[in-house]
Every structure is written in structure tokens, then in C-alpha cells.
Design a protein around this ligand. Structure first.
Ligand code: AHG
Ligand code: MN
Ligand code: MN
Length: 339
């Protein structure tokens, strides 16, 4: 349809834009863009669809329950953790511009090809986040972070991967919830897509999504209250006295997704069991921090910006304090020097 005044194609709010089209259009806006992202992201969304299909059939196919093994960080591996990991490795493995893959479920990064052979990017991912919720059909997700490796001097696997979150060139997650959602940023805001199962495509539903600046919701595993540093306990006491609601699913993807759409603050502070925090910097905290900052929120590890942490290990843990700017500030007000 053509606009009679401008003779240009008419844009309506009803336009149907797939994630693939959206990325191609975004790439055309930047001179010199090579199409790299559409190539990588098409593999990730293909994997997302395949994992969604497995999750949807859980209980029908024999994919539920624990494998009886542990991953490198000591988590019990669910069958679907390993299945999802394999799906992502298979989908990304033949993308000629991906040099390195690193996963929560793999001990060390997998080098696919050197920079000279065209491997210009590293993709780091949590194949299935919240997998302990699978047996009860609660939302779970895949989280991914993309780093550029082409310009680095070293080809050592750890040097390719251990870059601060500020250097991520894209990040996102796929939430397998009551609908299948893909949230994506390439550093130009955050766009939300929903999988239309009938056509097999992720369709743009919320371009340039922003997080509400404030909302009286905190999301934390409050059962660990006694184990939190004093500052978090002071914050929770203050929130109790000030009309806050608590919401905690126990799947980071689902909790962050709600926080992005509705506002509030999501926290996983240091605890006695996890003095550094429980969540993993490279494939949980960094991608979520990029998304939330790109949506206008804040993402801290205690008082430090998560994205500025210099990583020292693929599986390193961090505390997280992520959400609406005013709500993160309320927590900060209660974190004294003892945090
Ligand atoms: P994963 O399933 O990838 O190991 O991650 C689980 C994480 C995260 O999704 C969630 O926020 C957190 O574990 C919940 O931990 P608690 O059960 O200690 O609250
Ligand atoms: Mn996880
Ligand atoms: Mn996981």
C-alpha cells in the first residue's frame, strides 16, 4: 500500500515485522554492516523455536527430570538442560562467522574456527535458565550474549571470552512462558518479539521497549533473609513498611521479564551459601544488564555497574541488583558501607 502524499510504502501500526526482517532493516541503517547479526540471530531464534517445541512437549516426550549429572558449577543437570545445549550448539555450529561458543553446561569454551578462518564472534549462553522449574511447567528461558572477537590480538579461548559486558554487541533472551517471547538488543534499544506458532516466526510486538521508572515490587528469594548482608535486610524492612509487593518465580528470565514490563527490582544478593552471589556473570548477569540498561533501567552488582566488571572466569558468579532506576536507587540508599 502506498501513501498518496509521499508515494512511499505506507507504514501502519499493523505492519507485520519478523525478527529477521527487523535485524536486516536495522543493519541497513549502519554503513558497513555485514549482515553478521542476521546470520547469528537466525541460528539463535531457530534454536529458540526448537527448544520451545521440546519444552511444550515435556511430559509427553521423555525430556523431564534430572540426568543425575552436575555441570561445572555444581548444578544438577536436567535432561532439558543438556538437550537445549545440544540444540544451540547444532544451530550455531555451522554459522561461519561464529568462532567461539561457551555455555553454562560446558566446562570450557568450544573453539569452532579462528579469526583468520572467519570466526569473528563469540556466543555465550545459558541454554535453559530456571530449569529446576521445568517439572512444574513454570516459565524457563534461554539467555545469550554476543561478543566480537575479530579484533583481539590473542586467540587464547579465555581472552576471547573474558571481555567486560560493555563490549557485548548484542544480548537477549527467549522466554518459554505462556507465550514464547524473544527480547533482543543490539545496542540500539530493546525490541520484544513473540513467536507466532502458526507461521513459525518471531513477530515484533514492542519496539524500543522501556522499563517503567518506578513500581513497588521487589523480586528476591526472601527465604534467605537471614543470610543477606545487613543493607538488604534494611531495604526489605523498609519495603515492608512502604506498601511493596513481592514477586519471585525463581527463573531469572521470567523474573527479569516481568520486571522489564511492569517495573520493580530484581535482586540476588550475596548469601552465606554464595558469598559472591549465585548468578553467573557471563551468561546471566551481563546479557540481562545490557537489556535492562538499554531499556532505561539500572543493573548493579552491589554498587558497581555489572557491565563494567572485568571477568576472570567463564563461570564466575556475581550478585545482581537490576530493575527500574528509582527502585534500584531505593535499594542503594539502604546499602551502607557494610552493604
Ligand atoms: P539455572 O537454572 O540456569 O541454573 O539458573 C537458576 C537461577 C535463576 O534462574 C534463578 O534466578 C535462581 O537460580 C534461583 O535461585 P534460588 O532457587 O536460590 O532462588
Ligand atoms: Mn540460569
Ligand atoms: Mn541454565
Amino acid at each position: 500500500m502506498t501513501d498518496p502524499h509521499t508515494a512511499k510504502p505506507r507504514l501502519t501500526k499493523d505492519n507485520l515485522t519478523s525478527l529477521q526482517t527487523h535485524i536486516l532493516a536495522e543493519e541497513q541503517e549502519y554503513p558497513g554492516a555485514t549482515g553478521d547479526f542476521s546470520w547469528i540471530l537466525s541460528a539463535i531464534t531457530l534454536a529458540g523455536k526448537a527448544i520451545a517445541n521440546k519444552v511444550r512437549r515435556a511430559g509427553i516426550e521423555d525430556v523431564l527430570g534430572s540426568l543425575g549429572t552436575q555441570n561445572i558449577t555444581g548444578d544438577t543437570q536436567q535432561k532439558l538442560d543438556v538437550i537445549s545445549n545440544e540444540i544451540i550448539m547444532r544451530c550455531l555450529g555451522d554459522r561461519a562467522n561464529v568462532g567461539v561458543l561457551a555455555s553454562e553446561e560446558g566446562d570450557t569454551p568450544v573453539i569452532l574456527r579462528s579469526s583468520a578462518e572467519g570466526g569473528h564472534y563469540a556466543v555465550i549462553f545459558d541454554p535453559l535458565d530456571g530449569s529446576s522449574n521445568l517439572d512444574v511447567s513454570v516459565g524457563v528461558g534461554t539467555i545469550f550474549s554476543i561478543l566480537r572477537t575479530a579484533d583481539l590480538k590473542s586467540e587464547a579461548p579465555e581472552d576471547l571470552i573474558l571481555q567486560p559486558g560493555t563490549l557485548q554487541v548484542a544480548a537477549g533472551y527467549v522466554l518459554y512462558g505462556s507465550s514464547v517471547v524473544c527480547m533482543l538488543t543490539t545496542g540500539h534499544g530493546v525490541d520484544m518479539f513473540v513467536l507466532d506458532q502458526s507461521i513459525g516466526a518471531f513477530v515484533l510486538v514492542k519496539p524500543k521497549l522501556t522499563i517503567p521508572s518506578t513500581k513497588k515490587i521487589y523480586s528476591i528469594n526472601e527465604a534467605y533473609y537471614d543470610d543477606f548482608p545487613d543493607g538488604y535486610q534494611r531495604y526489605l524492612n523498609w519495603a515492608h513498611a512502604n506498601g511493596y509487593s513481592g514477586r519471585y518465580i525463581g527463573s531469572m528470565v521470567a523474573d527479569i521479564h516481568r520486571t522489564l514490563l511492569m517495573g520493580g527490582v530484581f535482586m540476588y544478593p550475596p548469601t552465606k551459601a554464595h558469598p559472591q552471589g549465585k548468578l553467573r556473570l557471563m551468561y546471566e548477569a551481563n546479557p540481562m544488564a545490557m537489556i535492562v540498561e538499554q531499556a532505561g533501567g539500572k543493573a548493579l552488582a552491589e554498587k558497581q555497574r555489572i557491565l563494567e566488571i572485568q571477568p576472570t572466569g567463564l563461570h564466575q558468579r556475581t550478585s545482581v541488583l537490576i530493575g527500574s532506576p528509582a527502585e534500584v536507587d531505593h535499594v542503594l540508599e539502604h546499602l551502607g558501607s557494610d552493604s
